[in-house]
Design a protein around this ligand. Structure first.
Ligand code: GLY
Length: 357
């Protein structure tokens, strides 16, 4: 049975969304401001899309409504993760005007973080002792909300900010082998790169596993939204890095960092694998000669096997086991994570839609 910690010690914030299980096995809920608060509502929308059952729709509406307050939270770049996975899927499936207005307000809030001299949206405000203006590869995922806002409003400001961010990230986040750094720190006055760091990877020069997945998914999505060939090439190069890497395991569920020192005795990250597979189903449509669908199928088959997919009623009722939050911080190592489940469900939907054609 699952124990629920309703109130985190010292916090009066309402806990609204399941994220993972804690070290003691208890179910961990987060407040709306957590970067992962939108994934569970998003999963519920995918369940509704798949089943057409109003039960899932009403649950999706309930969990989505709980994070509406984030539309004015300009303190982080995670707006896309939170709002586009939840309200974005909700709007796609229901055309609810209230959702549309919430998403537009969210996009307007997100672009307040754009720094024109750098050409990027600032990711974090924390760790000011280390970084002046940190931009993380994860931020590529938040651009989808801005491209959506451009399509809805016709206002090119959203398109231009997203595209500039993606271009600046190609310039500064990637190494010659198309692996990416996690954190690029910029000088706010002249826009120059100050540091190339990691936060959740093995070291500054390593390729953090989920970071490569965020990049692959991000540039595939940017190509969908802009049809700029530079973004398609970037996605293809990132896929090449991942799938020609000597550490790639037979089951294609990658290690938490491509340069982790004790491979093969290092944790895998199912969340990175799920995000990668979902991206590959889309990329397959743009580069049909590269067999990305077959690769995605192989990853999904692994994730769907008993090695990664939990028995119903175990694993805190999350779908997948064996994800990693942050090894350097000693947090969430080899656990379920809501974003692994979200991208797994998204991947299943994309697989189904591809096979329907
Ligand atoms: N965006 C934070 C992470 O991927 O862990």
């Amino acid at each position: 049975s699952v124990r629920v910690k309703q109130i985190e010690a010292g916090s009066k914030k309402k806990l609204v969304s399941p994220r993972t299980i804690d070290d003691d096995g208890s179910f961990k809920m987060v407040a709306s401001k957590d970067w992962t608060s939108g994934f569970f509502p998003g999963e519920l929308w995918y369940m509704y899309e798949y089943t057409k059952d109003d039960y899932w729709k009403s649950k999706a509406q309930e969990f989505t409504a709980n994070i509406e307050d984030q539309k004015t939270n300009g303190g982080t770049h995670d707006m896309g993760f939170k709002m586009y996975c939840s309200f974005g899927n909700g709007y796609r499936l229901t055309q609810n005007t209230a959702y549309k207005n919430i998403l537009l307000e969210s996009a307007t809030t997100l672009i307040t973080r754009y720094k024109p001299t750098i050409g990027c949206i600032r990711s974090w405000d924390h760790s000011r002792d280390k970084w002046q203006c940190p931009v993380i590869i994860d931020n590529m995922m938040n651009l989808e909300l801005l491209y959506w806002a451009f399509k809805e409003t016709g206002d090119s400001v959203y398109y231009d900010i997203a595209t500039n961010h993606a271009r600046t990230t190609i310039k500064n986040h990637f190494r010659d082998d198309y692996s990416s750094y996690h954190v690029i720190d910029y000088d706010t006055i002249n826009g120059e790169v100050l540091h190339k760091h990691t936060h959740q990877g093995y070291n500054h020069e390593s390729a953090w596993g989920r970071g490569q997945a965020w990049g692959l998914y991000g540039y595939t999505m940017c190509y969908r939204e802009t049809k700029l060939s530079e973004f398609l090439t970037q996605a293809e190069n990132i896929a090449d890095y991942i799938f020609t890497n000597p550490t790639l395991p037979d089951d294609m569920v990658t290690y938490w960092d491509f340069n982790a020192p004790n491979i093969p005795n290092e944790p895998r990250d199912a969340s990175a694998a799920a995000c990668t597979a979902s991206a590959l189903y889309e990329l397959d449509g743009y580069l049909p000669g590269n067999h990305y669908k077959e690769t995605a199928d192989k990853i999904m088959e692994s994730l769907g096997s008993p090695v990664y997919r939990a028995k119903v009623g175990t694993n805190g009722n999350f779908i997948l086991m064996h994800s990693v939050g942050s090894i350097p911080h000693g947090q969430e190592i080899d656990v379920p994570l809501n974003y692994a489940d979200y991208y797994f469900l998204e991947g299943l939907m994309r697989k189904r839609d591809l096979e329907k054609k």
